[in-house]
Design a protein around this ligand. Structure first.
Ligand code: GLU
Length: 285
């Protein structure tokens, strides 16, 4: 299959050097392989997404010389797809409603007998409070919906070890996940947030499949989250793309760049007279 990749920014702030690196790396890889490069706007968090940021992202990417080969996909337009997948998981007994607040989860995991709370790619591993509450036959829309990881592991028992191909700079390896990696290090992750009707994990898995992505190029901060994505791909019978998790661009003190770090915004470099070649040099491309 020909190489298809994407850049998937959330329009919640300016693109900074880290985003530019990710986008240029994916774009370079697609162009070098005669493949396809796509842009996806990850705007499921409508409380933080802004059209003005989206316009700025398009403008910065164009300025960097990045072009996309198909119309932009916008997550906010795909809610019916996310809802249908959630219903499939719910109907198969793989999900449950959760009414815990962050504070409830913290209180349950920091009880003295619990020891140090475990932390996974999505934060504190869910202690399971709502998992065994009265079984609801219909999926409520006023609660978060979580994946029942024990049920998922049982449903996938014939597929273990789950695996994905990880490569960077053409050095490839296979990453395997066993049931305990999932129950101990991932837990009952949120499939649908009460205020969103979906979650990053659900949407990214469904969208990568819908866009026929063969290769995901993104920051290494998402390496552990990929295990969640592989579980969802198996449960929803979707293909697993190859992954290329690249190092993060850090500031002079070694801290990773954040959206609010305006000093590293591409816009700021542009205003200061930098050219795209300067940005490439700064990120080591
Ligand atoms: N919207 C996500 C981000 O900006 C994209 C992550 C991904 O590429 O899967 O971090």
């Amino acid at each position: 299959m020909t190489f298809r990749t994407r850049f998937a920014p959330s329009p919640t702030g300016p693109l900074h050097l880290g985003h530019a690196y990710s986008a240029m790396l994916a774009h370079d890889m697609a162009r070098a392989r005669g493949g396809t490069f796509l842009l996806r706007i990850e705007d499921i968090d409508q409380s933080r997404s802004r059209l003005a940021w989206e316009a700025q992202i398009f403008d910065d990417l164009h300025w960097l010389g990045i072009t996309w080969d198909e119309p932009v996909m916008r997550q906010s337009e795909r809610m019916p797809v996310y809802r249908a997948a959630l219903a499939t998981l719910w109907d198969n007994g793989l999900a449950f409603a959760c009414t815990c607040s962050r504070r409830d989860i913290l209180a349950a995991t920091s009880a003295p007998q619990e020891g140090q709370p475990s932390v996974g790619p999505d934060g504190t591993i869910y202690p399971g409070t709502c998992r065994n509450k009265t079984v609801q036959s219909t999926q409520p829309d006023d609660a978060a919906i979580r994946l029942n990881i024990n049920a998922a592991v049982a449903a996938l028992r014939a597929d273990f070890p789950l695996s994905f191909q990880e490569s960077l700079h053409d050095v490839a390896r296979t990453v395997e996940c066993n049931p305990t990696d999932l129950t101990d290090d991932i837990g009952d992750i949120v499939l649908s947030r009460k205020d969103m009707g979906t979650s990053y994990h659900m949407s990214v898995v469904l969208d990568d499949a819908a866009q026929n992505i063969t290769d995901v190029v993104r920051g290494e901060d998402l390496f552990d989250a990929t295990k969640i994505h592989v579980v969802l791909q198996h449960l929803l019978k979707l293909p697993t793309p190859h992954y290329h998790h690249h190092p993060l661009i850090r500031d002079d003190t070694g801290k990773r760049l954040a959206k609010r770090d305006d000093a590293r915004a591409i816009r700021t470099y542009r205003d200061d007279g930098a050219c795209p070649a300067d940005i490439r040099k700064m990120v080591g491309l």
